[in-house]
Design a protein around this ligand. Structure first.
Ligand code: DGJ
Length: 518
């Protein structure tokens, strides 16, 4: 589990809307909502334009104010560094950067073209700073280093800020790679040999198309020779990752806390999603080219949540979800992400609005696909805070089970819903006729040989033996309840009908003692 000051910390977080952390006043109602939801941490943007309004003049008053506000509520923070990139654009670069086109060049999506309108993104216009401009990278690195230096002084002891995300959804929209003269020259030149070697050496873990491109390509040579059909995206990705790593390295040299990057996920061809960003299929490349980054995170607004989690939770990359929807899958996904992936944390985006009707326009913008009834149903605040409180209470036990098969979870969004432990299996049926809701989830923690704690909602449970020598199972004790000051407090001893029909239509914490016999 993620550690803060030597103690396990499960990030039960939420990310604020982009503009809310631009003033302390705007944050007041946001903190209240975080408390209502039972969050223990909040993800907040810190923007280059506000901390360095003039080159070399830094202002950390807002940063300090945000930390102080969080401390008052006993909340932890993660800061999101909106520097060169924010959703493949340079919106948060300071005026002195945006306006000096000679010193801080913009990316060319085609020769001489710096701006692209994407019809596939509702006619949005994209322009961004070039990943090949050393001067921009230096300026961003200086600003990020100043922020981290300041955080070390202001927060090094208390450690309110638990990690920092470097940039936000980096990459290039509108083309698979940049087309400046310099980019063209580098693209025609040889691939750095250490990169070519690394990719070949790690091809076995790659997604099929990446693996094929890497394995079929030349051992050395130009990008097109080495990476074939994926050459342009891999080229852009290498230079974006190297750039971000330089920014990260400058920050880490000042203050060594975990650093993250987040991805706008693949949608169609590169350039229709930011090319060069940390998409899951290029995890191996990011791990190589950005060694100062500790965790590579997906922003999941697509439907196949479970597949994306698998794609990012591999090759030693821990799972941390900095952004996902606030619809009715949010609570179950939180529980699943912790129980199945033993994640660092989970953070729905725009949590300020959780529980409110999902506005169609916002839904489309966030990729929530409001045509789907479950995705357009708001997550209940009461249930979400129940999940958070319960996971918080279970954290010491969860921490002991992380990395073992004693902690498992299943969700209605996945097909297989049986969990097999030492001695027992637990089936959580979510399409059973008695189950009335579609947002089912079940987390099971094996506390000792015969004892389990379970979070169940929207499912019917069945216990079975996983020991062929003892094929039969009795329930010796089944209780629902909660933890009070770290001690289990039973509400109902469940027996008779309630032990016969174990069907849960609201979030429930259970303790069960089983007995397997011949
Ligand atoms: C992903 C970005 O990372 C967030 O900052 C925010 O813009 C959301 N998309 C919602 O559009």
């Amino acid at each position: 589990m993620f550690q803060v000051n030597g103690k396990p910390f499960l990030m039960l977080a939420g990310e604020v809307h982009n503009s809310n952390s631009s003033s302390l006043e705007a944050m007041e109602p946001v903190w209240a909502k975080a408390e209502e939801l039972g969050l223990n941490s909040v993800l907040l943007p810190v923007t280059w334009e506000l901390i360095e309004p003039e080159e070399g003049r830094f202002d950390f008053e807002l940063v300090d104010g945000l930390i102080t506000q969080a401390r008052k509520r006993n909340l932890k923070l993660a800061f999101l560094w909106f520097g060169t990139w924010k959703n493949a654009q340079c919106m948060y670069a300071p005026e002195w950067v945006k306006t000096d086109l000679d010193r801080f060049w913009r990316a060319e999506v085609a020769k001489g073209q710096h701006k692209k309108t994407l019809e596939s993104f509702h006619g949005m216009q994209y322009t961004t700073l070039s990943a090949f401009c050393g001067e921009t990278c230096k300026a961003d690195s200086r600003a990020f280093a100043a922020l981290m230096r300041h955080l070390k002084v202001f927060d090094g002891q208390a450690r309110t800020v638990v990690y920092v995300q470097v940039e936000n959804e980096s990459g290039l929209q509108g083309a698979a790679r940049e087309h400046s003269d310099l980019a063209d020259e580098l693209f025609a030149a040889e691939v750095p040999q250490d990169l070519a070697d690394h990719m070949k050496a790690h091809s076995s873990t790659m997604r099929e198309d990446v693996r094929a491109a890497v394995e079929n390509g030349a051992v050395s040579g130009s990008w097109a020779e080495v990476f074939g059909p994926l050459a342009e995206e891999i080229f852009q990705c290498y230079y974006v990752a190297r750039y971000i790593d330089a920014v990260a390295a400058a920050g880490k040299a000042e203050y060594d806390i975990p650093l993250a990057v987040n991805a706008w996920l693949e949608q169609g061809e590169p350039g229709n999603y930011p090319s060069g960003g940390p998409v899951g299929k290029l995890l191996e490349l990011w791990q190589f080219a950005a060694p100062h980054i500790d965790v590579i995170c997906p922003d999941i607004y697509v439907r196949d949540y479970c597949r994306v989690c698998e794609e990012y939770h591999r090759n030693g990359n821990p799972l941390l979800i900095p952004e996902t929807g606030i619809h009715s899958h949010a609570g179950p996904r939180l529980v699943y992400t912790v129980g199945h992936h033993h994640a660092w944390g989970f953070s729905p985006f725009g949590f300020e609005e959780m529980g409110e009707p999902i506005d169609a326009a916002i839904g489309i913008l966030f990729g929530m696909d409001t045509g789907d009834p479950l995705l357009s149903t708001p997550q209940s605040v009461q249930e979400y805070s129940w999940y958070n409180k319960t996971l918080r209470d279970l954290t010491p036990m969860l921490a002991q089970c992380y990395g073992t098969r004693r902690l498992q979870a299943v969700i209605s969004e996945q097909a297989e819903r049986t969990m097999v432990f030492d001695g027992y299996s637990i089936a959580a049926s979510m399409d059973h006729p008695m189950v009335r809701r579609k947002d089912g989830v079940c987390l099971a923690l094996q506390a000792s040989d015969n004892e389990f704690y379970l979070i169940a909602n929207g499912c019917a449970l069945a216990f079975a033996s996983a020991d062929p020598g003892k094929p039969h199972v009795d329930i010796l004790a089944l209780e629902d309840g909660s933890f009070v000051n770290g001690e289990w407090k039973m509400l109902h001893r469940l027996n008779g009908d309630e032990a016969q029909i174990m069907n849960y239509g609201k979030p429930t914490l259970l303790r069960v003692k089983l007995f397997a016999y011949r």
